[in-house]
Design a binder for this molecule. Sequence first.
Ligand code: NAD
Ligand code: GLY
Length: 373
Amino acid sequence: MSLAKQLQVKPSSGASYPIFIGTDILKNFSKLFYKYNSKSKKILFVSNSVISAKYLKSITSSFKKKIPYYFVSIPAGEKNKNLYQVNKILDLLTKENFNRQDTVVALGGGVIGDISGFAASIFKRGISFVQIPTTLLSQVDSSVGGKTGVNNKYGKNLIGTFYQPKFVLIDTLTLKSLPKREMVSGFAEILKYSLIMNKPFFAWLNSHGKNIINRSSSKDIINAIFISCKSKAIIVAKDEKEQGIRAILNFGHTLGHALESHLKYSKKLNHGEAIIIGMRIACKISHQLGFLTSRELDMIKNIYEKLNLTASIKPYVKSNQISQFIEIMKKDKKNNNNYINLILLKQIGKAFIYKTQVEKTYLPILKEEIRNG
Ligand code: NAD
Ligand code: GLY
């Protein structure tokens, strides 16, 4: 099988599983399926009409012997990452009498991956699950590591489980049809890995980031996906259930998630765009508190400018909404009695957990950011 790259995720508490990364490798699906889900007799694909029209056929036609398969469509958008869509999947699985060995396959971005992983984890207390991520963001982050879940009216990802897939199949050919905006969004999480744990990767992104966002080098894209997945695998091997170090993967996310929730998951701002803002503010706080040097803060500002990463919070939160916004941040999962585990940087490539009160740390900077832009 000509798969460009492969790596193994070894979660601290469960079975290890492979990630395959390459170009034009969807056609290898059936071989992998029989290798890693040998007892499975049927498949449910969870996707949407746009993605399935482009990619489902390459996957299903890879089966020489026909296998029964079903399809559930989830409408695009973060707004649909909810229990209603989970229920659609559970209904189909029940109606068609799926058992635990049968398989749910997520074919789509992080929204589809998170919803279907959650449904797979609770159906009959856990049915086989496979991820075929089709956005850059899901290829470098959400398809790996086993976090699944949905939003409710109180906030992002508040309902969910840890549930690992049997394997992850990443085909960079799927990125061809992705809007440019979604490439930038995925780049946010790639940049995150460099900032929290890998300074040489930050330097590499400084010179190769444009090639990734503009899709002008598949070699660079594959390399960035590989390093990102490897970084996540290292963290998940140490702390699958986020009892400690895994929290550093939430760099920029406390503010980012609050922004998505504040905007009611509207298309005005997607996940990666919110994280771009959240990471920049977290870098600024790291500097103000005396951890990150001015020189390194400037290096981060430079990469933001060079790659046109739009990072102002001003268009999204009005000054009279700041206290309401702070209340949303307090509902974050990482919050405990108003104290939050905020992720800050000591240096580029070295993140740490800083326990603080949301108001104390965020109120002054939000006022400043929203006043000045
Ligand atoms: P998304 O799933 O909403 O996909 C973005 C858009 O791209 C959608 O409109 C989708 O239909 C479209 N799309 C997907 N693949 C396409 C393709 N190949 N060609 C054309 N269009 C395509 O967004 P996302 O950025 O992939 O994921 C964001 C979600 O992931 C958020 O809900 C976030 O909370 C979650 N997330 C989860 C984890 C985790 O560990 N589970 C980590 C990071 C993010
Ligand atoms: N995206 C954060 C995590 O997977 O832990």
